[in-house]
Design a protein around this ligand. Structure first.
Ligand code: ARG
Length: 572
């Protein structure tokens, strides 16, 4: 039950009559009533009429009584909408029997490919990969819950010229030793050692070059060594996913190398379509609308001057495969904003080539950086990029310590379970609760705080409700009538009914911070309710109503947090 949509559907025909064509009634939550419609204000200029007149005219046509809604014109021309208590109570009671809490499965299931995480072989995952993994996981969960067919793709960086030097370094180290280092997660040391040799040693450079040729030519021993690098790195990444508690598995890796055989055709087809132009020895496409600082058209390089294919060609092949073979109609790329232009150009070229056309849509879900306390890019003390696992382990340790200090009686197993759920939850929530295009500061104190817009605040609200329900001794009766004795009960009911609208909006926008913000409002409304409305000591009818409101809140918090990939705890 999406209340905003219900009101919008009721007002739309009235607006259409007044305006002589379709109009969005622009319904939203209101500080003065339950909801308000801003449609009349938006229309005033077009109709050349005062907005209050338009609003009044709309109200003469709108049918709202039967759903218990009263409406009045207010301020410069808003329409304020208020639900009768009875109507609101019935709507909220209706959620109790619905396992989906008012959120329908989609009527139009799509095949959605979510491209996320995408670390690089023999390189440590950095915080950018953390953001991609956390945001991608939440998108996958939400879209799956809504009934879409979701394909997870982990576009592993497993190909390209650096593999010459990496394989040679592996040969120098000895396979056993190298495999050991990599699977232990010592990826950066390995990579840096290879790089240092490459920069200092000409003979090593020459060997590396020959090795790239052997790799591309399919030399058997070289391929085996390359596989070793890839599998050891994959094994390590899987331990990170496990710690991070995300659903990426071994089956989801689809490395850049998987598209190698498709690359020549991509270039041939672009050539046949007349899109390919030589530029500086390379083969390029110049998609319309992209110019550099100097005003010159920007090339997307699909075949480099040495004849090799790079990152852009691979993404073109991957896009084609996702549409053609996987049958995707929605393509999501959860990759940092520095790659914005790359994706814009890849999409433009794919459109020009006819590989990407409606109803298929490609969206780059770009995100900002994680900053340190000094407001600069997060760095370790030595000035290196921060190792992701270290960050996750620190979160768990901090959360475990906090749990112990708050409750010294906790046994070790319970403290560990809480530390893990809260620590990892806090990391994820800090990421998902801000507009993803913005940078944010990693602030341990704030993200682990029990108050504020944090995971622990929401997890604590959930645990608190579960404790009330346990103490009640009986489950909330799903058919208990809802009564409003206090404004706080009514306010909580309005929030509970907002879940469907938010989830529907996030399905379209994938602005996960809207869902986080909603859950925070819901928990805050619950806490206000809980302060003013005794549950267990209330008399029969009120007690049953309050228990049901509490139970609905717990279910909504749990479902909402689950969509974000955050665990709830029965006790904390
Ligand atoms: N491996 C890339 C990186 O670390 C991310 C891959 C993103 N996905 C893609 N289809 N290009 O930057």
């Amino acid at each position: 039950m999406d209340l905003e949509k219900l009101l919008s559907d009721r007002l739309a025909p009235a607006f259409a009559t007044v305006a002589g064509g379709p109009v969005d009634p622009l319904v939203r939550r209101s500080p003065r009533a339950d909801f308000q419609s801003d449609g009349a204000l938006a229309l005033a200029r077009r109709l050349g009429r005062p907005p209050r007149d338009i609003a009044a005219a709309v109200l003469t046509h709108a049918v709202l009584d039967d759903i218990g809604v009263s409406a009045e014109v207010s301020g410069p021309g808003f329409v304020n909408l208020t639900l009768a208590d009875r109507a609101l109570a019935d709507l909220v009671a209706g959620l109790a029997g619905d396992a989906r809490l008012g959120v329908p499965s989609t009527a139009t299931p799509q095949t959605v490919v979510v491209d996320y995480s995408g670390p690089n072989v023999a390189k440590e995952m950095h915080v950018g990969h953390l953001r991609s993994t956390v945001i991608g996981d939440a998108a996958v969960r939400l879209l799956t819950w809504l009934g879409h067919r979701v394909v997870r793709v982990n576009h592993l960086g497993d190909w390209g010229t650096p593999f010459g030097m990496l394989i040679e370094h592996l040969v120098d180290l000895g396979e056993a030793e190298a495999a050991q280092n990599l699977s232990m997660g010592d990826l950066d040391t390995f990579y840096r050692a290879a790089r240092a040799k490459f920069d200092a040693d000409e003979a090593f450079q020459e060997r590396s070059r020959l090795r790239v040729v052997a790799l591309q030519g399919g030399d058997e021993r070289t391929r085996r060594l390359w596989r070793l690098l890839v599998t050891q790195s994959e094994r390590y990444f899987l331990t990170v996913y496990d710690l991070l508690d995300v659903g990426l598995s071994a089956d989801d890796f689809r490395g850049e190398s998987a598209y190698n055989d498709l690359l020549p055709r991509v270039v041939d087809d672009l050539d046949r379509l007349g899109l390919l132009l030589p530029s500086g020895g390379a083969d390029c496409v110049f998609p319309p609308g992209f110019t550099g600082r100097d005003g010159e058209p920007l090339p997307l390089i699909v075949r480099k001057s040495d004849g090799g294919y790079g990152y852009p060609a691979t993404d073109l092949a991957a896009l084609r495969q996702r549409v053609g073979e996987l049958g995707a109609t929605r393509l999501l790329y959860v990759v940092g904003l520095p790659q914005r232009q790359h994706f814009a150009m890849v999409f433009a070229v794919a459109e020009a080539a006819g590989w990407l056309r409606p109803p298929v849509r490609a969206e780059h879900l770009g995100f900002g950086s994680i900053l340190g306390a000094d407001g600069r890019m997060l760095r370790s003390r030595a000035g290196e990029s921060v190792k992701l696992v270290g960050l996750l382990e620190e979160a768990v340790v901090r959360a475990t310590d906090l749990a112990r200090s708050r409750n010294p009686e906790l046994d070790a197993a319970a403290a560990d379970a809480i530390g893990r759920a809260v620590g990892i939850g806090a990391i994820k929530y800090a990421d998902l609760s801000v507009d993803r295009t913005k940078d944010y500061v990693l602030d341990w104190e704030r993200m682990l705080a029990l108050d504020g817009n944090t995971a622990p605040y929401l997890q604590y609200a959930y645990a608190r409700i579960r404790s009330v329900l346990r103490r009640a001794g009986t489950a909330a009766r799903p058919d208990a009538p809802i009564v409003f004795a206090q404004p706080a009960e009514r306010a909580l009911a309005v929030e509970l009914l907002g879940f469907a609208g938010v989830v529907g909006e996030v399905e379209r926008s994938l602005e996960l911070h809207q869902l986080a913000g909603y859950l925070h409002r819901l928990a805050t409304a619950f806490n206000a309710f809980y302060e003013r409305c005794p549950v267990l000591s209330a008399s029969d009818e009120l007690r049953e109503s309050r228990l049901l409101l509490a139970e609905l809140t717990a279910r909504t918090l749990r479902q909402g947090l689950d969509l974000l990939g955050i665990r709830t705890l029965e006790r904390m």
